[in-house]
Design a protein around this ligand. Structure first.
Ligand code: ADP
Ligand code: MG
Length: 321
């Protein structure tokens, strides 16, 4: 028996994930009532995942629950914000109990992990689409905007790039991963938002973005907003053993720098902050590697191991193109 709208909300979405004192009133009324901390700025972001565009028709619902929240928390991370509240607008073709149970498990467990409260949402019927709005706090004037990069800043990247894209190529049958398939699929299905990095580097980075559409596209946004260019050394880009093996077999660099879904952070940091950065790096739960520098001019230039400029690496994902 499919659950009707209100039963479904009560069953799966009425518990708030994390308990927070700043939620005066959560799920159940016309609005949630929230008490932002005095003197903090509110960082707000929305991201929608649509079946057939962002995920396949047979996608694992638990992974979808995780990813729909993770991509939003990744935006908060890229701003240097501390996550607090989230709302969830679900459009469902049917109210399938097992699907909803798995979806909510994935969503709620990531929310709990980061102390985020589910404060409301909307549930409608229609083609499957998941829309999340996340709220976080940031000290006034300290948010990591795209517009703050300066010529001479060094460009850093967290984690590794290209894993999600390679997992997708494999899932689509156009590449065979020899070992560590499950690990790569995790990177595609369950990205980990780099919240601790965004918070820790808030004091020393000049600009940041999360890599959702590929490094070239996303670093390109920093360049455009900051009025600068970027030089990236391809060989310095951190990659997993699987991606290195793919490249050694003649795979395209575009998979690493122009395909999306990495959800790593790209940050610009002035070279003078090296000792502060070393201290912070020691406490991070992921690698942070310098891949290039901010230069005058515009756009992102990629350089290969022989010092040649590499073009035609692809453009990154864009809807309506
Ligand atoms: P309204 O009709 O006033 O918009 P709804 O009947 O849509 O309210 O929702 C009832 C309550 O359930 C509201 O507090 C709303 O925020 C919450 N809610 C609805 N759908 C979801 C969902 N998918 N996740 C979390 N909360 C939800
Ligand atoms: Mg409603």
């Amino acid at each position: 028996m499919p659950l009707a709208e209100f039963d479904l909300i009560r069953e799966f979405f009425s518990h708030s994930a994390a308990d927070r004192d700043d939620v005066v009133l959560g799920v159940g009324d016309d609005c949630a009532l929230l008490q932002p901390p005095v003197g903090m700025e509110l960082a707000v972001t929305s991201d929608t995942l649509v079946e057939g565009v962002h995920f396949a028709v047979d996608a694992d619902p638990e992974a979808l629950g995780h990813k729909s929240l993770a991509v939003n928390l990744s935006d908060l991370a890229a701003m240097g914000a501390e996550p607090a509240w989230v709302s969830l607008a679900l459009t469902l073709p049917s109210s399938n109990y097992d699907w909803l149970q798995a979806f909510s498990r994935g969503f709620i467990s990531l929310a709990k992990e980061h102390g985020v409260a589910l404060i409301g949402g909307d549930t409608t019927s229609g083609p499957l689409s998941i829309s999340v709005t996340a709220h976080g706090f940031v000290r006034p004037g300290t948010a990591l905007r795209r517009s703050g990069a300066n010529v001479g800043d060094q460009i850093y990247i967290t984690g590794t790039l290209g894993d999600a894209a390679l997992a997708l190529l494999a899932r689509q049958g156009s590449y065979t991963i020899e070992s560590g398939v499950a690990q790569l699929e995790q990177r595609l299905d369950r990205p980990q938002p780099r919240l601790a990095v965004g918070l820790a580097l808030g004091q020393i980075a000049t600009a940041a973005i999360d890599i959702s559409d590929g490094l070239l596209s996303d670093l390109g946004h920093i360049c455009a907003s900051s009025g600068v260019g970027a030089r990236v050394l391809l060989e310095r880009i951190p990659t997993s053993a699987q991606v290195r093996s793919y490249l050694q077999q003649g795979g395209e660099w575009g998979t690493v720098v122009a395909a999306g879904d990495d959800y790593e952070l790209c940050l610009t940091i002035p070279p003078g902050r090296g000792s502060l950065l070393r201290d912070i790096k020691a406490d991070l739960d992921c690698d942070l590697v310098q891949v290039g520098e901010v230069v005058s001019g515009s756009g992102v230039t990629c350089i290969d191991s022989e010092g040649r400029t590499v073009s035609d690496l692809g453009l990154g994902y864009q809807h309506f193109r």
